[in-house]
Write a protein that binds this ligand. Structure first.
Ligand code: NAP
Length: 324
């Protein structure tokens, strides 16, 4: 397992973490093919293999994800770094403090290692939210402050609101296909020693190579993800084929190659979401090999040549929700 520091804190975190949006969420197909036992075992398998960064959120499964994470790590608290998130509707001063108490209770822990603001809230002043975050640090309820889905401008503004603390991370969408973070956020984060936490690092399963025009996932999450729209899925098959070819040289799966490419090119941490211990194990082993320069170059050229449609029309979105 490869490790890095969380921002400039010196706290050691694994470059492959584990994402838990899938836990308790019917939009992902919860209790249709996987359930609580799979989820608990997935976390424990990941930790056994050296993963120490676990990402959850108060919104996931209406709190069930936090409960499951808490259950899974009850005996392992000191080995893991627990990151959870506050939903934007709770980002008033008192809202933050109360939400944190609820998360601590569900997780069954005394402090949260990394408390992240899930999305910016355009209505509630960020200064209020950050004041509450600093209060929570002082109280020892959280160790570090992070944000998620913040643009560079929002990140800088949020940092300016903090008196004594620093923002140590920004969690954003980042995978081989969706690389907007490379434009502004990554260069800034590298300069300022802010960790970029890459969510959807497998493009919601697409980069594992199991989806194609004959096998399109039917769950709500991916019906709403334009990458799974037929023309895009078709356009991405060459990349998937290449991931398979490269992977076969190293005895690795396409998903492992995609994760390896992500964490070896830039010092980000990837948090693939999982549904069971088999997926957790495969992902945890994604950093165990080194793609050679030639393969990195071939893959990078391939992703740079990809042209896909990035936005659904409103009509298409409604149609996909209704008809799948
Ligand atoms: N901050 C935010 O706003 C935000 C947004 C999204 C996600 N996140 C966080 O980031 C995490 C990851 O993102 P994500 O869940 O959107 O996407 P992802 O990690 O790219 O994809 C997860 C999906 O890929 C499939 N998968 C995972 N590992 C696999 C393996 N080894 N082999 C085959 N299939 C595998 C699973 O679905 P199937 O088996 O059904 O294909 C899984 O549900 C989330 O769990 C959450 O913690 C945060």
């Amino acid at each position: 397992m490869l490790y890095t520091s969380l921002g400039n804190t010196g706290l050691k975190i694994s470059q492959i973490g584990i994402g838990t949006w899938q836990f308790g969420d019917r939009w992902w197909g919860w209790e249709r093919g996987y359930g609580e036992e799979d989820a608990v075992n997935a976390v424990r398998k990941a930790v056994e293999l050296g993963v120490n960064f676990i990402d959850t959120a108060e919104i996931y499964g209406g709190g069930l994800s936090e409960r499951i994470v808490g259950k899974a790590v009850r005996e392992l608290r000191e080995q893991v770094v627990i990151a959870t998130k506050i939903w934007p509707t709770h980002s008033t001063y008192n809202g933050v403090i109360k939400a944190c108490e609820r998360s601590l209770r569900r997780l069954g822990i005394k402090y949260i290692d990394l408390y992240q603001i899930h999305w910016p809230n355009p209505i509630i002043p960020i200064s209020q939210t950050m004041k509450a975050m600093e209060y929570l640090v002082k109280q020892g309820k959280i160790s570090y402050i992070g944000v998620s889905n913040f643009s560079l401008k929002q990140l800088v503004k949020a940092q300016e609101c903090l008196k004594n603390e620093q923002i140590v991370s920004n969690q954003v969408k980042y995978n081989m296909i969706e690389r907007d973070a490379e434009k502004e956020l990554l260069p800034y984060a590298e300069k300022e020693r802010i960790t970029i936490i890459a969510y959807s690092p497998l493009a919601q399963g697409l980069l594992t190579g199991k989806y194609n025009l004959d096998n399109i996932p039917k769950d709500v999450v991916r019906r709403l993800n334009i990458l799974f729209d037929k023309p895009n899925l078709e356009a991405l098959q060459n990349l998937i084929q290449l991931l398979k070819e490269v992977g076969s040289k190293y005895g690795k799966t396409p998903g492992q190659v995609a994760l390896n490419w992500l964490i070896k090119r830039r010092e980000v941490i990837a948090i693939p979401g999982v549904k069971n211990p088999i997926q957790a194990e495969q992902n945890a082993r994604a950093g165990d090999f080194r793609l050679n320069e030639e393969d990195i170059k071939i893959l990078t050229e391939a992703v740079e040549g990809i042209r896909i449609n990035k936005r659904f029309s409103k009509l298409k979105m409604v149609k996909r929700l209704i008809t799948g």
